[in-house]
Write a protein that binds this ligand. Structure first.
Ligand code: ATP
Ligand code: MG
Length: 259
C-alpha cells in the first residue's frame, strides 16, 4: 500500500478538499483507496458524508492502540473508497501519545499491521506540525503539499521542508516529496498568476502542472457530504482533480501503478 501524507501546517489551503477529491479520483481509476482523517476537525469525514454519530471507532482509537485500521475503516458512498474517520477526541491524542517511546510511529505501526485491503492510502493532516502530522510523515512514503495561490503561499514552506528533513534524518529516510499542488487559483486575479510563477521558480519541477482553480462547486460539495467529483463531476474543480490524479499516478512507484 502506497501511503501519501497530505500536509501543510497553514490552515485552509485545500488539504482536505484535495484529500477527498484526489481519493475519489484514484478510486474511480480502479485503486482501492483508504483515506485517513487525521485532523480532529474531522472535515474529511464530514465531507464524505460520515456523520459524527456514525463514526464509531476512529483514527484516535487506532493511534492509541485500542483497535486496528481494519476494524475502524468504514466504507463510503464512493465505490472503492474507505475512510478511517476522525472525531474530536483525536485532539487529545497529541497529549496522550506524548510520553510513549514510539509516539511518532503509532500510525506507521498500525498501517504495517493492516491487511492488504487497499492499494493507496491518503492521510489528511491537521494544520500544524504536531504529533499527528509527524505520525503521517513517518508512516508515509510520499508527501503531497497543497499550496494556496495567495500572497503568503511560500511562507511556512521552509518550515515544512525542515520538518521533512528532520523526519527523514531520524525516522523515515525514504520520505519523498511527491509534489506541490497549487490550489484556489483565480484566473481573474493577477496575484494568483504571480504566486504560481514564484512557487514554480522556487520549488521547480515538484509543482504539479495541474492547478486547482477556485471553484464554488468544490466548496459546496462537502455540505452535501459528497466529493465534488460526485456532486458535479463536470465542474472545473472536479476536472482539475481528475487531471491531478493522473499526474499523481504517473509519479507513483511502479507497484501501485500495476494494481
Ligand atoms: P484546514 O487547515 O482547516 O484543515 P484545509 O487545508 O484542509 O483546511 P480545506 O478545508 O480543503 O483546507 O479548504 C478550506 C476552505 O476553502 C473550505 O471551505 C473549502 O471548501 C474551500 N476550498 C478549498 N479549495 C477550494 C477551491 N479550489 N475553490 C473554492 N473553495 C475551495
Ligand atoms: Mg483540513
Amino acid at each position: 500500500m502506497i501511503r501519501i501524507a497530505i500536509a501543510n501546517q497553514k490552515g485552509g489551503v485545500g488539504k482536505t478538499t484535495t484529500a477527498i477529491n484526489l481519493a475519489t479520483a484514484l478510486a474511480a481509476s480502479g485503486f482501492r483507496v483508504l483515506l485517513i482523517d487525521s485532523d480532529p476537525q474531522g472535515n474529511a469525514s464530514t465531507g464524505l458524508g460520515i456523520e459524527r454519530d456514525a463514526r464509531g471507532r476512529s483514527t484516535y482509537q487506532v493511534l492509541i492502540g485500542e483497535c486496528s485500521v481494519d476494524e475502524a475503516a468504514l466504507s463510503t458512498r464512493v465505490p472503492k473508497l474507505d475512510l478511517l474517520p476522525a472525531t474530536q477526541d483525536l485532539a487529545a491524542a497529541e497529549v496522550e501519545l506524548a510520553d510513549l517511546d514510539d509516539r511518532v510511529r503509532r500510525l506507521e505501526i498500525a498501517l504495517d499491521a493492516a491487511p492488504p485491503r487497499w492499494d493507496i492510502c491518503l492521510i489528511d493532516c491537521p494544520p500544524s506540525l504536531g504529533l499527528l502530522t509527524i505520525n503521517a510523515l513517518v508512516a508515509a512514503k510520499s508527501l503531497l503539499v497543497p499550496l494556496q495561490c495567495e500572497f503568503f503561499a511560500l511562507e511556512g514552506m521552509s518550515q515544512l521542508l525542515r520538518t521533512v528533513e528532520l523526519v527523514r534524518g531520524r525516522f523515515n529516510p525514504g520520505l519523498a516529496i511527491l509534489g506541490v499542488a497549487l490550489t484556489m487559483f483565480d484566473r481573474r486575479n493577477r496575484l494568483s498568476e504571480q504566486v504560481s510563477d514564484d512557487v514554480r521558480a522556487v520549488v521547480g519541477k515538484l509543482v504539479f502542472d495541474t492547478v486547482i482553480p477556485r471553484n464554488v462547486r468544490l466548496s459546496e460539495a462537502p455540505s452535501h457530504g459528497l466529493p465534488a467529483l460526485i456532486y458535479d463531476h463536470r465542474c472545473p474543480g472536479s476536472e482539475a482533480y481528475i487531471a491531478l490524479a493522473r499526474e499523481v499516478i504517473a509519479r507513483l512507484p511502479a507497484p501501485a501503478v500495476a494494481a
